[in-house]
Design a protein around this ligand. Structure first.
Ligand code: VG1
Ligand code: CO
Length: 544
């Protein structure tokens, strides 16, 4: 076997963000940029050492090239066995599952998730560990440190492998197995959900759904599971063909970017249930007829109804949510008598809790929910979960939600994003807030009084590792909350996220328009942070 050692130069900007390394394609195409980061990963995790590595991506532009490079380098770095999704495709949750199922030491997922694709778009790399979950903070930091010292990388001198044909081929001394990206995942879903019951719902004449795959990775998964296995009519899945540029749109399901689906569900022809997923298939957006379900509410509903899903009929060990996610979940946990953990943003912070068996379900306000079945959030899983609740309870989405609010009260919620703002201005805005938190308590704000304010810091209950500066929280005496943080997934300038939450116990006020209910909080959040003056923006570029 001919292993080449190629000279490289270290880059100093390969710091992974909330979910791996994400950069514009043009950056990734700099000489040895991709190779540098991959070599840093392989060296940090101790090389291939006869181990198995899973490789796949969301199908975006540059995916196929990256997979060939990664395979050659993995072979040269000593991996014995590579498991590659056919055509280079694997959704993030499916990759997580394969890592676990095959006892791999880790996996590479080429994705920039909800960021745009195509030659002008973004590319990304996530490294997941043997538990199937995103590299921990500690590992991510070590990879970054290593990337700044890489002076050479290794690859085998072999031709491209055929990633479009199932089966095994050799790459030097490494065996490469090209697998169907969907079948193992679909089998896993069958162990958690009652497919007969779901098929009954999806083939009934009184129920119709639409799933928007946004020309991203979930198309093949949704078609295979919803249409082929469960019998939903052909055409239930729309935009089902993965395209390298996602058809020119941002594969980011939310109120702003899924306008077509939202308008459809609020229009004349609305169906009973609709959902969408993002670039790499780990997010979900849930809609009922004339009803948008906030991800925070969705998570709380999943927890409150978990007993109707076969995979969770034994109960939940505990639950967790990211800090900015609304506290609707906490109320359900309290009633169930199980612990509810509050973690920093990013799925990597759920890993230890899931591995230790301390939580069963978890999620984030950013359209992510998941459980201990894998170590990533899982878009299609959430859809099957919702369909099960609808089937078993025999209720439409809006009834399930209203019923939930009746029981627990409603957490009015919205996230306001100021995207692609000047990074220095955004950082100094956060610094200014940080300076204020110490003496905010007792101040009047949005018709209430600040009870506490802090910069969120998290100590992992399992390994005691500490993550600091995870977002400014301002808690009000009436139960409302404002959270500020900067995004760690963007690639141009900075994105400020403001999360607004107001609790309302009184059922007769639950139908109010969230925008109106949150208006004074929104105003207070803007003036506290001096947004117009500091960012030069009057209003957010995205509200969801
Ligand atoms: C965003 C979300 C976060 C999510 C992350 C990765 O991060 O807020 O909740 O875990 O994206 O999701 P940030 O730092 O931009 O707020 V995905 O679907 O892009 O892997
Ligand atoms: Co994603």
């Amino acid at each position: 076997m001919n292993v080449l050692t190629m000279p490289a130069r270290p880059y100093d900007d390969q710091r992974p963000g909330t979910s791996g390394l994400r950069k514009p394609v043009a950056i990734f195409r700099q000489p040895h940029y991709l190779e540098n980061y991959l070599q840093a990963i392989f060296e940090t995790v101790g090389g291939g050492a006869n181990r198995t590595l899973v490789i796949g991506g969301d199908g975006r532009f540059f995916n196929r090239e990256a997979i060939q490079t990664a395979s050659r380098m993995a072979a040269a770095n000593g991996y014995k066995h590579l498991v590659v999704g056919r055509a280079g495709l694997l959704s993030t949750p499916a990759a997580s599952h394969l890592i676990r199922k095959r006892g791999a030491s880790g996996g590479l997922i080429f994705s920039a998730s909800h960021n745009p694709g195509g030659p002008e778009g973004d590319f990304g790399i996530k490294y997941n560990s043997a538990n199937g979950g995103p590299a921990s903070e500690t590992l991510s930091r070590a990879i970054y440190a290593r990337s700044k010292r890489i002076v050479a990388y290794r690859l085998v001198d072999e031709p491209d492998i055929d990633i479009d044909r199932l089966g095994k081929v050799s790459l030097g001394e490494t065996e490469v197995e090209v697998v169907d990206p969907v079948s193992d995942y679909a089998e896993l879903m069958e162990t958690l959900f009652d497919f007969e019951r779901l098929a009954e719902l999806l083939t009934s004449t009184s129920f119709k759904m639409r799933f928007d795959a946004m020309h991203a990775i979930t198309g093949p998964y949704a078609r295979a599971i919803l249409e082929e296995r469960l019998g939903a009519p052909v055409g239930t899945v729309v935009n089902g063909k993965p395209l390298p540029d996602f058809g020119g749109a941002k594969p980011d399901p939310n109120l702003g970017r899924s306008r077509n689906l939202v308008d459809f569900m609020f229009g004349q022809d609305a169906v009973n249930f609709a959902a969408a997923s993002d670039g790499d298939g780990d997010r979900n957006m849930i809609l009922g007829r004339k009803m948008f379900v906030t991800p925070s509410d969705s998570l709380a509903v999943l927890a409150a109804n978990a007993h109707v899903v076969p995979g969770y009929s034994g109960g939940l060990a505990g639950v967790a949510r990211s800090m900015p996610t609304s506290r609707a979940l906490d109320r359900v946990a309290q009633e169930l008598g199980v612990p509810c953990f509050e973690t920093p943003t990013g799925w990597k912070f759920f890993g230890n809790l899931l591995d230790a068996g301390r939580i069963t379900l978890c999620g984030e306000e950013s359209f992510g929910a998941g459980s201990d079945h894998v170590r990533e959030k899982d878009g299609l899983w959430a859809v099957l979960f919702w369909l099960t609740i609808i089937a078993v309870r025999g209720m439409p989405v809006h009834r399930i939600i209203k019923d939930h609010w009746d029981r627990y009260g409603r957490h009015f919620y919205a996230r306001h994003d100021y995207e692609a703002v000047d990074a220095a201005a955004a950082n100094s805005l956060m610094d200014a807030l940080r300076d204020q938190v110490g003496d905010m308590a007792g101040k009047r704000l949005a018709g209430s009084i600040v009870s506490t304010a802090d910069d969120f810091s998290y100590t992992d209950p399992v390994d005691r590792s500490v993550a600091e500066r995870q977002g400014i929280r301002v808690l009000l005496e009436d139960g409302s909350r404002i959270v500020y943080r900067l995004s760690g997934t963007g690639t141009g300038g900075a994105t400020l996220r403001i999360y607004l939450e107001r609790y309302e116990a009184r059922a007769w006020l639950h139908d109010k328009d969230a925008r109106k209910v949150l208006n004074d909080l929104s105003f207070a959040a803007g003036s506290l942070a001096e947004i117009p003056a500091r960012l030069g923006r009057e209003r957010p570029s995205l509200v969801t």
